[in-house]
Design a protein around this ligand. Structure first.
Ligand code: IVH
Length: 682
């Protein structure tokens, strides 16, 4: 490659990297794998190394990520947030160690800290005199987006750094005092189980699912309404500090221990290593644990332990010389799409599913992947017969990452959604503004089947022995046509089915009998009202003590309930106006199904915490705020004392605020207070 060719190649690479940065960082919709992205960046770095005079200050290698979106405020980090150089093999890890030692000249062996590389979103928390004041995304590394309100809702992020006497003891001789200003950094993630539950709830409420936990965490942090973030199960692992005024640390291990003592979540798999060979052992050990961990990791990070050495090593362009990210191989595989079938869900939504030649990915055989909807298929240009890259992130449902277009033969067939329902031949329609195609058949057996299967499922009436297969059999045999019919089943009817013995028929009837007194919220959820998932059903059961009361509620009245907007209210009101639904409810009643009032123990997340209010709150009066604290198990005092945990400062706060500031008590502004009291829904 000559100079001119190199220049034009560099331009192309830059453009591609900027484009993918935007897809990844701003739109949360990456188009290529991390490995492919890393390769693009690597090529550019190589060319810039070969032709240093062609490297420009605006090159993406000089900036980490992409500029922030406009909707959140933009705030500068006190110390820039760097990115990490990558290593992909044991040899490259050894090379990192050699580079460090060459640079330091006098150092014989260097001790390191090995950490899992968490697959979430990097954030920076600024604490001033112990109080969390600003929380930022990484942004371009220099300027981040101000997502303070959202971060405050995450339970594992301390709102204050406790004074030494309240901090957990550490191995150090003395617990560090609260620094004047300190930036605490780490990764916000969603654990896999929480991610699966979130997606299940979203499916029930007909919201599109998130592709993986990282996207779910990113989408949740980017909410302009922090109340939505508060309901998302996010967590944060801390692994670094930035600017730290009034704090001194000698080693990275000491930093981590102190963060843990202050109440930050620090990953339990972090280990010291006496030399690079021990780091490599940890790399393989943690790699072996990867599949079992409750959260996604995509590698490990090796960091020089001694901070003075880190200082001497410094940074080159976008990454420090004292750390390296060692990536694991992506859990991906290639296979062929043999067919694309269409499944009909409870609400008539048609979902295309890829049937693939079985392939082993990360120890699991994969043969199906949801393709979501027609738009998604068009965007990725997926055709029957295509060779595709399949990815499993942890134990998440496999997804089609991309089509290997170079392997196309021309025989591939594009997918078009059928015009009639594959189950009942009714017309299929797509409403304006919706990604989904729906079957409009009122008697569609697939919808009836799914509807009943939902009614008896675990979060709903939970009838043991009524799995999807059994429901399908009962519907196909004409024994049931709606959820209420279940309660009119008899032994004679069941014995007419194939492979149903006397014993199992009795067991099933007993289970059905037990389901006649469901908690009200479960029955509401079981009805399958559009947009009413488990959470909303609980809320409705709390506000309307009986099903009749709920059925009588007006559209306007429903909207006064917390978290219920016009769309959900219309769906509920509409459900109870529909004669077919009223008929089923009436049948349930005749069958003797009587919902029980829900009695749940009151959550007491603020038990043992005492609050003092000062100034005026904008959103509610003092007595209302007091009642809110008390309802969550907390206590409200009139004056600030040694036992006060939080001072809530509204407009025109007075001397109590000053006193709190002097004694280092946590100060909450109005938003902080609502994040604390309204964040946890249950
Ligand atoms: S240290 C200068 N430690 O990886 C050091 N980063 O490519 C900055 N990450 O932006 C980061 N786990 O989002 C560090 N234990 C860990 C990490 C970690 C995940 C992410 C972080 C960072 C990216 C670097």
């Amino acid at each position: 490659m000559n100079r001119d060719e190199a220049l034009s190649r560099m331009e192309t690479l830059k453009e591609a990297i900027l484009y993918h940065n935007r897809r990844y960082y701003q739109l949360d919709a990456p188009e290529i794998t991390d490995a492919d992205y890393d390769q693009l960046l690597r090529k550019l770095i190589d060319l810039e190394t070969e032709y240093p005079d062609l490297a420009t200050p605006d090159s993406p290698t000089q900036r980490v990520g992409a500029p922030p979106l406009e909707k959140f405020g933009a705030v500068a980090h006190l110390t820039p947030m760097l990115s990490l150089a990558n290593a992909f093999s044991d040899e490259e890890i050894r090379e990192f160690d050699r580079r460090c030692r060459r640079f330091l000249e006098d150092e014989k062996t260097i001790s390191y800290i090995v950490e899992p590389k968490l697959d979430g979103l990097a954030v920076n928390l600024l604490y001033e005199r112990g109080a969390l004041t600003v929380g930022l995304t990484r942004g371009d590394g220099h300027i981040g987006e101000d997502i303070t309100l959202n971060l405050r809702t995450i339970p594992t992020i301390p709102l204050i750094i406790p004074r030494p006497e309240n901090a957990a003891p550490t191995a150090e001789t003395k617990t560090p005092s609260v620094p004047e200003r300190i930036e605490v950094r780490g990764e916000v993630c969603m654990e896999r189980k929480a991610f699966r539950n979130l997606n299940r709830r979203r499916a029930e409420e007909e919201a599109p699912p998130f592709a993986n936990p990282r996207n779910a965490a990113a989408g949740s942090l980017r909410q302009l309404d922090s109340r939505i973030t508060a309901r998302r199960p996010l967590t944060m692992f801390c692994y670094a500090i930035g600017t730290a005024e009034g704090a001194f640390f000698r080693t990275h291990a000491e930093v981590l221990r102190t963060l843990a003592a202050w109440g930050f979540r620090v990953n339990p798999l972090i280990r010291p290593a006496v030399d690079i060979e021990e780091c490599i052992q940890h790399y393989h050990r943690i790699g072996g644990l990867r599949e079992q961990l409750p959260y996604d990791i995509d590698g490990i990070v090796i960091k020089v332990d001694e901070l003075a050495l880190q200082e001497r090593l410094g940074a080159v362009s976008r990454s420090p010389r004292w750390a390296v990210a060692c990536k694991f191989a992506a859990i991906q595989g290639q296979t062929v799409i043999e067919d694309i079938i269409v499944q009909v869900g409870r609400t008539g939504v048609l979902t295309p599913v890829a049937i693939m030649r079985p392939v082993r990915i990360g120890g699991v055989m994969v043969s199906r992947a949801t393709l979501h909807n027609q738009d998604e298929i068009d965007r990725k240009d997926i055709r029957t017969g295509d060779t595709v890259v399949i990815q499993r992130a942890g134990d998440v449902i496999p997804e089609v990452v991309e089509v290997v277009k170079t392997l196309r033969t021309g025989a591939e067939r594009p997918f078009v959604m059928p015009e009639t329902c594959p189950e009942c031949n009714s017309r299929v329609v797509r409403s304006k503004g919706e990604a989904a195609h729906r079957c409009i058949g009122i008697a569609c057996p697939a919808q009836i089947r799914e509807h009943i299967a939902h009614f008896v499922s675990r979060g709903a009436l939970d009838i043991e022995g009524l799995g999807e297969k059994m429901v399908a059999q009962l519907v196909a045999g004409g024994l049931i046509g709606d959820p209420a019919d279940i309660f009119f089943l008899t032994k004679e009817k069941l014995l007419g089915l194939e492979r149903t013995a006397d014993k199992s028929a009795s067991n099933l009837l007993a289970a059905i009998g037990r389901a006649k007194k469901p908690p009200l919220d479960r029955l509401i959820f079981a009805l399958g009202i559009r947009h009413v998932g488990e959470q909303t059903a609980k809320r409705l059961a709390d506000t309307h003590v009986t099903l009749d009361a709920l059925a009588a509620a007006t559209f306007e009245e429903l909207q006064t309930i917390r978290d219920i907007g016009p769309e959900v209210a219309a769906s509920i009101a509409g459900f109870f106006r529909e004669p077919v639904n009223l008929h089923v409810l009436d049948k349930l009643c005749r069958a003797g199904v009587v919902p029980q009032e829900t009695v749940r123990p009151k959550a007491a997340p603020l038990a043992g915490k005492s609050f003092v209010f000062t100034g005026t709150l904008g959103r509610m009066g003092r007595s209302e705020a007091k009642a809110l604290v008390q309802s969550l198990g907390g206590k409200v005092d009139n004056s600030v004392t040694k036992t006060t945990h939080y001072v809530v400062a509204g407009e025109a706060a007075g001397s109590k605020l000053e006193k709190a500031g002097r004694s280092g008590i946590a100060i909450l502004d109005e938003e902080g207070f609502f994040a604390l009291t309204g964040g946890d829904e249950n």
